[in-house]
Design a protein around this ligand. Structure first.
Ligand code: HEM
Length: 144
């Protein structure tokens, strides 16, 4: 089960990055083009939201079964940068990113018919993407 989850979490990370990036680019194009945020635009921002939510669930399960997750949390692990990344920084930042992306989507949904919807998606998805990029374990991904 552990290996399967690990592979799924690793593969889904591509969809998260691609989905959030596409949603962000589309929102930026709408924002700078001065268009109105419609239901079609809302659906496009689901490209970022759905894989991120699935990844959150997988990550949470992985946290309890991986030797790098909760079972590795200790004072000694805190002193080691790689261990700290896996048991603390990565999960914490990713949860924050998911929260930001979710807030952005929910706010934008209520701004349909205005130009502000694009701005909301651009800001919240942009911040979320920065957090994700800052704490992906680049030492092991992609590549195994
Ligand atoms: C947007 C959300 C997330 C993204 C993009 C993401 C991405 C990744 C990537 C790329 C890896 C490295 C995989 C590899 O080395 O092959 C990884 C590992 C890991 N992630 Fe996440 N993750 C996310 C959310 C989470 C969350 C919310 C948790 C826990 C609550 C979590 C827990 C873990 C753990 C424990 C590992 C190490 C797994 C292992 O190799 O044993 N992740 N994640």
């Amino acid at each position: 089960m552990y290996t399967g989850l690990q592979h799924a979490h690793s593969a889904l990370a591509y969809l998260v990055l691609i989905g959030v990036a596409i949603s962000l680019l589309a929102a930026s194009a709408g924002l700078f083009g001065g268009s109105t945020f419609t239901d079609k635009n809302r659906k496009l921002s689901l490209l970022g939201l759905i894989p991120t939510h699935l990844q959150w669930v997988l990550g949470l399960i992985l946290y309890f079964v991986s030797p790098l997750g909760m079972s590795n949390a200790s004072g000694d692990a805190m002193k080691d940068a790689t261990s700290r990344l896996y048991f603390l920084e990565h999960p914490l930042m990713m949860v924050l990113a998911v929260v930001l992306i979710t807030i952005g989507y929910s706010k934008a949904k209520r701004q349909m018919g205005t130009t502000s919807g694009f701005k909301t998606i651009a800001i919240f998805y942009g911040l979320g993407l920065l957090l994700i990029l800052s704490r992906i374990p680049w030492i092991s991904w992609p590549g195994n």
